[in-house]
Design a protein around this ligand. Structure first.
Ligand code: NAP
Length: 274
């Protein structure tokens, strides 16, 4: 029977390649991206995938999407979290979050929690969080929104560390949570940078990065046969051990609940995340 696979960031890079792979197998793929250009790319690569446009850095838009997907798809077999944007300079969303935190942390938490019911209805449900797990990032508890000292890499590493905590905090008897670090895949990683860094990243990518097509089979295998353990961590197709502080995982969940609670109310009423 055809499965339903939701892929955030399914319009470019690894997400798009995965969308293509699964539509070719006959699965029903819903790919989410923020731009019409992404929708066009997806139609070219995977004409049978369904494109849904939504800005996932927005809590409001994410909640609307969850509502829509939950209604339209009472059964979701796999949720792949791959939406990402590298921000060389600090960007703040309309809702007051640092953009990387909004997309990489808040959105992934909301999607996994919000689609829980549809996932639980599937025979072998799995969440695959594509992230930089195992890279040793940390949470900047005293300045979560990185207002004082923003660097693109710091925000990215914080998002990777947060993914580890989100996977640890996620509890389900049935849905398996997979943290998957693809390590270095040639998806246009040079694009956000200015010269000369742009040129350097492009050369490094050409020399060392894995082609996108090669990154797909190990990921698809985890969707086809989710691991038996509730949480597993993988680096480029190989399982790795990860030690995560459960108290920190709970703290992140509580913080996310608090900072998103008032989104949608007047901005002055909202409690900040830092
Ligand atoms: N590539 C690597 O070497 C590497 C290494 C480690 C981890 N990862 C992780 O793997 C995942 C996929 O990486 P990738 O390199 O394949 O990514 P990518 O090619 O940069 O694609 C990112 C995707 O996210 C979507 N997106 C960006 N901002 C969005 C927003 N506000 N709302 C909705 N969608 C948004 C983009 O579509 P639009 O532009 O249309 O919005 C696109 O489909 C990421 O989570 C990344 O952290 C990648």
């Amino acid at each position: 029977m055809a499965r339903t696979i939701v892929i955030t960031g399914g319009t470019h890079g690894i997400g798009k390649a995965l969308a293509r792979h699964h539509t070719e197998l006959g699965d029903h793929v819903v790919a989410v991206g923020s731009s019409e250009e992404g929708g066009r790319r997806l139609r070219e690569a995977a004409p049978k995938a369904r494109f849904v446009r939504a800005d996932l850095s927005s809590v409001r838009r994410t909640r609307e999407l969850i509502e829509r997907l939950g209604t339209e798809h009472p059964v979701i077999d796999a949720l792949v979290l791959a939406a990402f944007r590298f921000n060389p300079v600090r960007v703040e969303t309309d809702e007051g979050f640092e953009h990387t935190f909004a997309l990489y942390v808040v959105n992934r938490w909301l999607m996994a929690e919000g689609l829980r019911a549809s996932l639980e209805n599937a025979p072998a449900p799995v969440i695959v969080n594509l992230c930089g797990a195992g890279r040793g990032g940390r949470i900047h508890w005293d300045d979560l929104q990185l207002k004082d000292d923003y660097r693109g890499l710091t925000a990215t590493m914080q998002g990777a560390a947060a993914s580890e905590l989100l996977g640890t905090a996620y509890f389900s008897e049935r849905t398996k949570y997979v943290l998957y670090n693809p390590v270095f895949v040639a998806t246009g990683l040079h694009e956000p940078f200015k010269q000369p860094l742009r040129g350097l990243v492009r050369v490094a990518s050409a020399m060392f990065a894995q082609p996108v097509a090669k990154a797909v089979p190990p990921l698809a295998a985890l969707i086809d046969h989710p691991p038996a353990k509730p949480l597993t961590t993988w680096k480029k197709g190989k399982p790795i051990d990860l030690t995560v502080d459960r108290n920190e995982a709970r703290r992140l969940e509580e913080t996310l609940r608090a900072v998103t609670r008032s989104v949608g109310r007047r901005r002055s009423d909202r409690r900040g995340g830092s």
